[in-house]
Design a binder for this molecule. Structure first.
Ligand code: MLT
Ligand code: MN
Ligand code: ZN
Length: 305
């Protein structure tokens, strides 16, 4: 299985258009050692021909341009994308669907019933797309033991694991969490048995997630904030990382501690907020991750599993 990081930043990207935090200001001016990043999405393939996307970021067109393998050029209109799995209904993971409206066949979209509800009600992207290419919705099962496959993506078994997090602010059930608002994904290459666990939004490592995380050869997990009050400390927002459904990396009960107990050969943080000091290649926080053998995803990161 090949994995390509199309985008590695959290909502807003890096730099964020209206932000002058030390990271955004520094990367814009070229005064810090850091690379810009687009909003989070990955693509996977089992044959290097057909690709499955996880999330459709608002930056999707730039991401496609930087990864020409998604356009094989076999016909006057063509794409290598066989389907798109949505991890939640958040803006940074779904609004890129509008950019794919020129498709000649309905977009093959895999998401839970709850995400489908949000994308036909609170933010009715699917309804709008009916006036263009249309949507072919495949309901992602979340019952324990259920798996699914995507046509054209051979030898990859997909398991969706429900996560306790929050529905987006525009959801009719924002304050009333439902199973399926957010999912993590296990991808198993059935030829090699290798497993990837992908969860760009993780509020807590709940007991039912542990077996998936313990089995994983590669973990790609929530890298949003270093500290819970990161945005508050910078005077940006009163929102805490945990309030937004993202467990911070540092401190007791943080992501670093949790990853330290897991045997995966590769541990990668993705969906990194622009305020996070790990974005600086030479920061102390980055050095701590290095010691812990935890990697920081970047746009264009590409590996096989
Ligand atoms: C989140 O994961 O909390 C989102 O990135 C928020 C957003 O896109 O506005
Ligand atoms: Mn997000
Ligand atoms: Zn910023």
């Amino acid at each position: 299985m090949r994995v390509r990081v199309l985008g590695s930043a959290a909502g807003g990207g890096f730099p964020q258009w209206n932000c002058n935090c030390p990271n955004c200001d520094g990367v814009r001016k070229g005064t810090i050692k850091a690379s810009p990043r687009t909003q989070s999405s990955i693509a996977i393939s089992s044959d290097n021909i057909n690709w499955l996307l996880f999330n459709a970021s608002p930056d999707i067109l730039a991401q496609f341009q930087r990864f020409p393998e998604l356009q094989p050029g076999r016909a006057i209109r063509d794409t290598a994308v066989k389907g798109i799995v949505l991890m939640d209904a958040q803006i940074d993971h779904t609004t890129g669907l509008f950019m794919l409206r020129e498709g000649k066949v309905p977009l093959n979209i895999y998401c839970t019933g709850m995400v489908h509800e949000d994308l036909t009600q609170g933010n009715p992207i699917f309804n709008v797309l009916e006036h263009f290419c249309g949507v072919s919705w495949h309901q992602v099962p979340t019952a324990p033991g259920s798996t699914f496959e995507v046509d054209g993506i051979t030898d990859i078994r997909i398991t969706a694991v429900p996560l306790s997090s929050k529905a987006p602010p525009f959801s009719p059930h924002r304050h009333d969490p439902h199973e399926g608002d957010n999912i993590g994904i296990q991808l198993e290459d059935t030829r090699t048995g290798k497993k990837l666990f992908y969860a760009p939004g993780l509020a807590a490592i709940e007991p039912h997630l542990l077996p998936f995380m313990q089995q994983a050869d590669c973990l790609m997990v929530d890298g949003t904030c270093w500290t819970n009050d990161e945005m508050r400390a910078l005077g940006i927002s009163e929102k805490l990382s945990l309030d937004m459904g993202h467990m911070p990396q540092s401190g007791p009960g943080g992501m670093i501690e949790a990853l330290g107990r897991l045997p995966a050969a590769r541990k990668i943080l993705i969906h990194i907020n622009n305020t996070n000091p790990i974005l600086r290649d030479d920061s102390d926080e980055r050095e701590i991750l290095h010691q812990e053998k935890i990697e920081v995803a970047f746009d264009g990161m590409d590996f096989s599993l």
